[in-house]
Write a protein that binds this ligand. Sequence first.
Ligand code: HEM
Length: 512
Amino acid sequence: MMDTVTDLVRCVALVGVVVALLSLLRSRRAGARLPPGPPASLWSGASYIPTQHPWRKLKEYTDTYGDLVTVQLGHGRHLFVCGTATSADAILNKQSGATNGRPHLIMAGDLLSGGKRLLIIDHGDRFRKYRKIMHESLNNTVAVNYEGIQEKEATLTLEAIGQDPGNFRRQFGRYAASAIMTITYDHPVRSLDDPLVVRVNECLGALGEWINPAASPLDSYPILRYVPTAINPWKKLGERLHKRELNLFLEVYRDVRRQAQAGKAQTCFASQLQERQQEYGLSDEEACYVAGSLFGAGSDTTASALAIFVMAMITHPRVMKKAQEELDRVVGPGRLPAFSDFDDLVYVRALCQEVSRWRPVSSGGFRHSLTEDVHYKGFVLPKGSAVVGNHWSIHLDPQEYPNPDEFKPERFLSDDGASVKGTWFSPKGHYQFGFGRRVCVGSNVAERSIFINAAMLLWALDMRAPNNDVASVDTLAFNSAANSHPLPFDADIKYRSERHKAVVQEARSSID
Ligand code: HEM
């Protein structure tokens, strides 16, 4: 046994030396043509990226080195950071065909997700197939079909917040879980204690932990993946976590099939997928992951965006009042706003765009990888490297958004205030949903969720900072997760009048 361990250690050390030498040669060869960036530590060969709010440090690098920064990741690997809309558009959008890969993640991608989670799949046939399937059910035309679900869930959320304003964050969590579970499996969620949601969240907790490449020795030292599972604790763990998730996704996917066969299921993403599963050439294991991945990608993100909306409202009372004036004019006092008001609620729509711009949920962006060499301003970014659009620095760039820290929907209004406009680089006015061929496939659903909740909450409720002290709310207090959430904050939330309350309660009572 001792001999085996010694051999293994020698083997790992030898391969390590070879990899280090090759990396050194590669970085020397490419170094002269790379964009500038922060120095690497002599010890690790990596530039400094903090674990807390890494996107804020990367913004500092952009301010220091320019719109495209080279960050050393160690072992001769590079991360190119697009810190402005100009570099992000030129690299991640205009050269999307060469930038649509994902960095290889052994623990979170190969093992935990069994290579089947779209967010982590590299470019290739499976990537194209999964995206096509999701796009067919989530594009802007089809997303209209989910508006009924979203209006109903937003009404329930509004009424619950009216009753128990202190728990508004939990209600947003329930909204997001229920909307996505109903769309995916026709499974409405009435409480976050729903056993299915609890189990899915356990799996997602593990994913959140291991998706950080620095968290797993397998990703830091990929050679370790060749150590057999029997003596490899990380592989053992990854395989166990995958089994748990796969069993859960299979169980709920097959349950939809049983309901459909019994003629009991409403049409949902999973039932539609089952109808076309053979045509797509998908096994149950693959298909259940396509459906199962939606919750992870769409639930936590939506809940955070709604919390950011409240944070913006309590710190910008002028904006809240202006939106309420529009709602009073367009909707009137006798009913809740609905999607049918969308075209007329110009200010509310601009406000929703500003929510996405002001504090982007995926603040640091998601890394892509280069499938070919990419050219930008005379630099050549080598194939295989990672590249990221830093949402934080792009969205807070004063060149694109004057006074970027100010929450100001007017920046997205046309001169006459009659329509909503985007920016030169995006009709949405921001990059909250990412870039190129990797852009969020659920953005049409997400935007509708933000709109209908914002419209209903603004119509019915006044939202204020505790004791009207706007300065007491720290609008930079967020956690450091990839999908970043505001840290807990208080809001003083009340019905605007007894009449508003009665309309909300009546709307709620018509929902079973
Ligand atoms: C406010 C809510 C949301 C935000 C901020 C958000 C943001 C993002 C971002 C930044 C990406 C990565 C883009 C890139 O790599 O450049 C992404 C990918 C993705 N999103 Fe969303 N998202 C939201 C809601 C949703 C919803 C509701 C769904 C599903 C119904 C969804 C499904 C996905 C999927 C499947 C991917 C992976 C796409 C790929 O890797 O090709 N998202 N999202």
